[in-house]
Design a protein. Structure first.
Length: 399
């Protein structure tokens, strides 16, 4: 198997990979390669608004070439593994890349097939998911077409990207149905695998009140066990009691179960302490404890914090600094404190902003503003401000 070599190889041309690549190029690392097969780059946080009819999915997409930092070698292939002993990354075309430092940022894997019936049903028969660009517009179609009946909003078990997204679309759908006189003829059920509404308890209490205000029933310790799309029927499993309940639905939105990509999950870099195969790294330096020239960030890293773009914004400078240190033979001193945020849209023009770190301590970016109260200015930040920060700041290594 032939092998090309690069000083730094970054696997993944999404938010995390491009952000780190841009920072390394700004630090004048001459030989950086990014492995990314896709020709399109998406700003995924807006897909919730696409699903609510508040923006067009085309506005979330740009050509991958337009975000690739100048001077970076773009390898338009898919990684199929990592051999940290040989310091190589096998590719889908049968070749491999050698590296001095490796940054893993391939994102995660959507496992629609993990729930019986879901793969066949999603995108049809009122079964929606905002977790793919081709499916998010269908969510809005189904919300508009909904008739009186039951609507289910499902969060799957395990770590997922933007864990608040399944709640956001519940509030946006409820807001739409209320404004169009349908809400009082709907039964809304939020299905959650956890005992709490949110990982951070202060915002959890706020969200509990918001859900109650829409009349949403919250089923804790409950999972979606099966979907029958053509008959619009779902089976819910109460994991505390083991009992199952069959429900007919008009509308069902779910985030799919998620894991690390199979080639990571079954490889030597997966964290054996977690069942989902995410990469084992030190939670502060984002460096592999077993392979000192391997780093990981973003959704693929097994970190005790939420998988969000905001987390990546704080992780990218840490990884870039520690890669530069490794290249000098210096210790990794840059540290990530677990900061993440979840902009929770609660209506078509309102949002609250949850920000916290590894200790669940609130970390507000706007300490003079009460971001625990749904606000119009916070919605404008979500809709207009954060996309600009993303395209012109994060992806250029400036924010």
């Amino acid at each position: 198997m032939s092998a090309r070599r690069h000083e730094v190889v970054i696997v993944g041309g999404g938010t995390a990979g491009i952000s780190v690549a841009a920072r390394l190029r700004r630090a004048r690392v001459a030989d950086v390669a990014v492995v990314e097969p896709s020709d399109v780059h998406y700003y995924q946080p807006l897909w919730t608004l696409v699903g609510a009819g508040l923006t067009d999915v085309r506005k979330t997409a740009r050509p991958e070439a337009s975000v690739m930092p100048k001077g970076v070698t773009w390898i338009r292939q898919r990684a199929t593994g990592v051999d940290p002993e040989a310091r190589t990354v096998p590719l889908g075309d049968g070749t491999s890349l050698g590296y001095e430092q490796l940054v893993l940022a391939p994102g995660l894997q959507l496992n629609f097939d993990a729930i019986p019936g879901l793969q066949a049903a999603v995108g049809h028969d009122g079964v929606a998911s905002n977790y793919r660009a081709d499916l998010a517009p269908r969510t809005w179609e189904f919300i508009q077409r909904a008739e009186p009946g039951t609507a289910l909003f499902v969060t799957p078990p395990g770590p997922i990207k933007c864990a608040g997204a399944p709640q956001k679309i519940a509030y946006l759908a409820a807001d739409h149905w209320r404004r169009h006189g349908l809400l009082d003829r709907m039964r809304l059920i939020m299905v959650m695998p956890t005992a709490a509404m949110f990982s951070q308890p202060d915002w959890g209490e706020v969200l509990k009140r918001i859900a109650a205000g829409y009349g949403i029933e919250v089923r804790h310790n409950t999972e979606l066990a099966e979907v029958d799309g053509p008959n619009r029927r779902a089976v819910l499993l109460d994991t505390a009691t083991g009992t199952k309940e069959e429900l007919d639905f008009q509308f069902l939105h779910t985030a799919p179960p998620q894991s690390a990509p199979d080639w990571i999950r079954t490889g030597p870099l997966a964290d054996p302490a977690g069942p989902y195969g995410y990469v084992k790294v030190d939670q502060y330096t984002l460096r592999s404890p077993d392979w000192p020239d391997v780093f990981a960030l973003g959704d693929v890293a097994n970190l005790p914090t939420s998988k969000t773009g905001a987390a990546i914004r704080k992780q990218a400078p840490v990884v870039a600094a520690n890669v530069l240190a490794a290249r000098r033979g210096a210790p990794a001193t840059a540290r990530y404190d677990g900061y993440t945020s979840c902009p929770v849209v609660t209506a078509h023009n309102r949002m609250l902003l949850a920000e916290f770190d590894y200790t669940l301590t609130p970390r507000p970016s706007f300490p003079v503003i009460d971001t625990m109260r749904p606000r119009y200015d916070m919605y404008l930040l979500k809709r207009y401000g954060l996309p600009q920060l993303y395209w012109h700041g994060m992806l250029r290594g400036r924010a």
